[in-house]
Unconditional design. Structure first.
Lengths: 247, 302
């Protein structure tokens, strides 16, 4: 990975040189992630360079990635008659990012004033999650816990690494359950507790091949898909019995 | 080898699925039942979402029962007329069951309902099977011949019809109701219902044992097909890749199981099956009773 990154940097060097007066230059190792039937997750590199040397007192870098949003319901189990556990109150969160990643040369709360951090929603605790239904803050906390556990929300799992004094790179791990759609990556340059430059990058996660065909047919032509499921299952059962009876 | 299931939207070990299919197929071949009642809870246990597990379980049951139906049909062990009446009930029942399932999913109680259905149905059936077979083993020597059929209130119902293969002249209401009930269970639990249909046909409808297996397979195949179609159209939860991986192991397992099954005696087989059914019910009951590790769960909002 590091070798590939260095190669990419060398290739990108002319651009970096030309952009010498730009305070921040960043790029992604790939702009498309393909989810095939063998998909077990992927890993992207965000890399780039800064104008001044990176480190305490100098430039600092923050990398944020956000996936497509979807509505999520969080339910709390309650004990009925002290016996069985059933789903009780629930809170519905309208716009929950299906993927969220933040990492920096240092954690965001050390780099930026609190109001600045909240305004740019840098960090899991500053995600703008509005909910309807049950009001307890425990639901929000539970959502944070569940998404972090599934590996879809990642906060400061590993710091942005520095090579030399101006080159930086961060690894973006995408788990197998990553939702398909458009992703935004923001690279921020922080200097003396202010955001002085930002660069927007984007990549796309798409189902391809068999996985994509199955999901598309199931969505667009559910009747046809249902019939196909019946026919395939029946054929498999019949074929199997023929094969094994001979053997 | 990890494989990405396009409908469940998750990555699962393909060998694990084939292995589960083989194990369940082996047991179903051994005991002569579809095995859906084992499959769906196992799928939920390895983390497949309940709606996908139920829908794909029904789809797998269809495939697993087809070869049995063909074999029984060739031997003339299928009472198509009785099967047709059962099927009418079954189709309406599965239609009602899928609506019930969609409603449960909207209010967020699918997991509870699936577990409760399993605990109640499997607990009852398993308990009865164990009791009945233990009694049969104990009374093996002092065997008394059962009457061909007994007359009770059921025989006073209207709409009588003659079922030649089953040598019965009964009202179509009881088989229709039985079929309807199995249809509902099939849609909610993702099972074929053979393990309940067979005793219901013998003890409730009074059908001769020779046509019971074939006729129940007839009903199971068509009701499972109907459930598959309805779940695919209404909920979009049938994962064909999951089904095929399960069938790959299941079809092979069933042949081995069936070969071994011929060496076991009827009562012992039924006692073992009863114990198996009962233990699945108890493990699911435990899942409902123990304090969950995480009180919160999340899912897509519908």
């Amino acid at each position: 990975m590091i070798a590939r990154l260095l190669l990419a940097l060398v290739l990108a060097l002319p651009a970096v040189a030309r952009a010498q007066d730009l305070p921040l230059v960043a790029a992604l190792s790939q702009t498309a992630v393909e989810v095939s039937t063998g998909f077990t997750g992927a890993s992207l590199m965000v890399f780039g360079s800064t104008e001044g040397p990176i480190g305490p007192g100098g430039d600092e870098v923050l990398v944020v990635a956000r996936g497509p949003t979807r509505p999520i319901v969080v339910r709390r189990k309650v004990s009925v008659a002290g016996l069985i556990w059933v789903n009780g109150p629930s809170a519905r969160f309208a716009q929950v990012p299906g993927f969220y990643f933040i990492s920096g040369t240092r954690p965001a709360w050390q780099l930026l004033p609190e109001d600045e951090r909240q305004r740019n929603s840098l960090g899991l605790d500053s995600l703008p999650l509005t909910s309807t239904g049950a009001r307890s803050p425990a639901f929000r906390a539970a959502l944070l816990g569940l998404e972090s556990q599934s590996g879809l929300w990642i906060e400061d799992a590993s710091a942005v690494e520095i090579a030399g004094s101006r080159l930086f790179h961060a690894r973006l791990p995408l788990p197998a359950a990553v939702p398909t759609g458009d992703y935004q990556v923001e690279v921020l340059l922080v200097r003396s507790r202010r955001i002085v430059a930002r660069q927007e990058l984007a990549f796309r996660v798409d189902r391809v091949g068999t996985a994509d065909r199955i999901a598309t047919v199931a969505e667009d032509q559910p009747f046809l898909y249902g019939i196909a499921c019946i026919v395939f299952a029946a054929l498999a059962g019949w074929l199997g019995s023929v094969l094994f009876r001979r053997g | 080898m990890q494989v990405y299931l396009p409908i469940a939207e998750m990555s699962v070990d393909a060998f694990l699925l084939v292995g589960i299919g083989f194990g369940v197929g082996w047991l179903s071949g051994l005991f002569g039942v579809g095995g859906g009642f084992l499959l769906t809870p196992l799928l939920i246990l390895i983390g497949i979402p309940s709606p996908v597990a139920v829908a794909s379980g029904a789809n797998q049951t269809l495939g697993a029962s087809v070869s049995g139906l063909i074999a029984q049909w060739r031997r003339g062990n299928v009472d198509a007329k009785m099967g047709g009446v059962l099927l009418m009930g079954g189709v309406l029942g599965s239609l009602a069951g899928v609506q019930l399932f969609a409603l449960l999913r909207r209010i967020g109680q699918v997991d509870l309902a699936v577990s409760l259905f399993y605990v109640v149905v499997l607990g009852t059936v398993g308990g009865l099977m164990v009791m009945e077979s233990v009694r049969a083993i104990l009374r093996r020597r002092s065997a008394t011949k059962r009457k061909l059929h007994e007359h009770f209130w059921m025989h006073g119902l209207p709409l009588k019809m003659r079922f030649r293969r089953s040598r019965l002249y009964i009202s179509i209401i009881p088989p229709f109701v039985v079929g309807f009930g199995i249809g509902v269970l099939s849609a909610v639990m993702g099972v074929g219902g053979g393990f309940m249909l067979v005793p219901a046909m013998i003890y409730f409808l009074g059908m001769p044992t020779s046509v019971v297996i074939g006729t129940s397979l007839f009903q199971v195949v068509f009701v499972a097909a109907n459930v598959t179609l309805l779940q695919a159209v209404q909920l979009g939860t049938v994962d064909i890749l999951l089904t095929m991986l399960l069938l790959l192991g299941g079809v092979a397992g069933a042949q081995f199981g069936a070969a071994m099954g011929t060496r076991l005696r009827g009562e012992e087989t039924r006692a073992l099956l009863g114990l198996l059914v009962l233990s699945v019910a108890l493990s699911l009951l435990w899942g409902l009773l123990r304090t969950p590790a995480n009180l919160f769960s999340s899912g897509p909002a519908l």
